[in-house]
Design a binder for this molecule. Structure first.
Ligand code: NAG
Ligand code: NAG
Ligand code: NAG
Ligand code: NAG
Length: 368
């Protein structure tokens, strides 16, 4: 029975592989079906070192110790002790680590590339002049496509754009600008209008990528930002700032509506949304269920909950504390998850069930 099942699966595996090969006339599609291509857009949750190469301040960089201490053993510019979510997703997809786009030299982009920039948002005024905004990230994709065309020719390039997955983490920094960094007061602007602007910009970028030939989009929604140690430190009794998490919720609702609208407008558009808000909320609420001991206090930083953004001592405050055992923590610094937490989120993005990632997960998106 087991063997028959195995043969059955093997047989259909081969058939689909062959179909995949013959359904298109080009050699490229005969590469193992596993060969996907992944393009990464967004903020520090995804940045794997682009900000090392821009004219910015250490406020927007993580290329100094103790960042990177556990996995890579050197500070690569990732905002974590180890890997970021896209590093782990790439591994699931059978891809090597993707290079940051701005890495000097001429890395291969055939498996994809990472355009994300810590501090960036969908609005160009978010961390303006200090980061690579989403529109500039899009302009980099155009350049990569041009490079593909020179190297691979028109047809293969279109095929590659079509098959690729475009993965986004956008919004947290836009909403972060609504919180007064001294008082923790949420600015009394029209929150729905603000969300609409963020979503419209993001939607425009997605449409542009569709025009470039992209079809498969992965989106990670905005987490409960009011619960990051950096925000809690501003709040009485260090509670979560529910008012700003509420704006994240508005964003997430609108994000779902946006992709549904695009699905109706754009032929062949397919997407995956991961409910990062719920995923992180669950971990914060039941840390031990996920193997953590400490969900409120960062591993690296200073002040209450180590919510002072001082990890590494390069941002004004020179003194900082570092926890003994990073795998007990959900947050590495005052904003960003640890490698261990990123592993959990990457798993949910890759093969989470329909409660957390829908209507497809990224694994399915790669296989379609
Ligand atoms: C880097 O940015 C600073 C401050 O914005 C500016 O004064 C300086 O000229 C910039 N350097 C380069 C090489 O662009
Ligand atoms: C994105 O938002 C900013 C600020 O609201 C605006 O200036 C910019 O033109 C927008 N870009 C796109 C492509 O929509
Ligand atoms: C670190 O914490 C993890 C998770 O709680 C635990 O499994 C591990 O044994 C700890 N390591 C040390 C050296 O205490
Ligand atoms: C989704 O969540 C609901 C309610 O918690 C649960 O009953 C259901 O089994 C879950 N579905 C999957 C596929 O896990």
């Amino acid at each position: 029975m087991g063997v028959l099942m195995y043969l059955f699966v093997l047989y259909f595996g081969i058939i689909t592989q062959i179909n995949h090969c013959f359904s298109n006339s080009m050699i490229m599609t005969c590469l193992p079906k596993k060969h996907g291509t992944l393009f990464i857009f967004g903020d520090s949750l995804f940045d794997n070192g682009n900000n090392n190469y821009i004219n910015t301040t250490t406020d927007y960089q993580a290329n100094y110790p103790p960042y990177g201490q556990t996995f890579f053993k050197y500070p690569s510019g990732r905002f974590s002790d180890g890997r970021m979510i896209p590093d782990i997703v790439a591994e699931y997809a059978g891809l090597p680590l993707l290079p940051p786009y701005l890495h000097p030299g001429h890395p291969e982009y055939v498996y994809g590339v990472n355009f994300a920039s810590g501090g960036s948002g969908a609005l160009s005024q978010t961390s303006q002049e200090s980061v690579i905004d989403l529109n500039t990230q899009l302009s980099y994709l155009r350049k990569v496509k041009k490079l593909f065309r020179e190297k691979l020719g028109h047809e293969k390039t279109e095929e590659l754009m079509f098959k690729s997955v475009y993965l986004f983490s956008v919004g947290s920094n836009d909403y972060g600008t609504l919180v007064d960094p001294n008082s923790g007061v949420v600015l009394p602007v029209d929150h729905q209008q603000f969300v609409d602007n963020v979503i419209e910009n993001l939607s425009n970028v997605i449409k542009e990528i569709y025009e470039l030939g992209g079809r498969k989009f992965g989106l990670v929604n905005v987490g409960p930002i009011g619960c990051s140690p950096s925000i809690r430190i501003l709040v009485r009794k260090y509670e979560c700032l529910e008012e700003i998490s509420a704006v994240a919720k508005l964003h997430n609702k609108k994000l779902t509506e946006m992709v549904q609208k695009l699905e109706n407008q754009l032929k062949g558009f397919i997407y995956s949304v991961t409910d990062f808000y719920s995923a992180l909320s669950q971990v914060l609420k039941y840390p031990s269920k996920y193997g953590f001991k400490e969900a409120s206090r960062a591993c690296c930083g200073s002040g209450p909950y180590r919510g002072e953004d001082s990890c590494g001592g390069k941002k004004g405050i020179k003194e900082y504390e570092l926890c003994e055992n990073v795998s007990e923590h959900v947050f590495f610094d005052s904003h960003h998850p640890t490698d261990k937490a990123n592993q959990h989120f990457a798993r949910l993005i890759w093969n989470g069930n329909g409660n957390v990632t829908w209507p497809y997960n990224l694994k399915q998106l790669f296989e379609i």
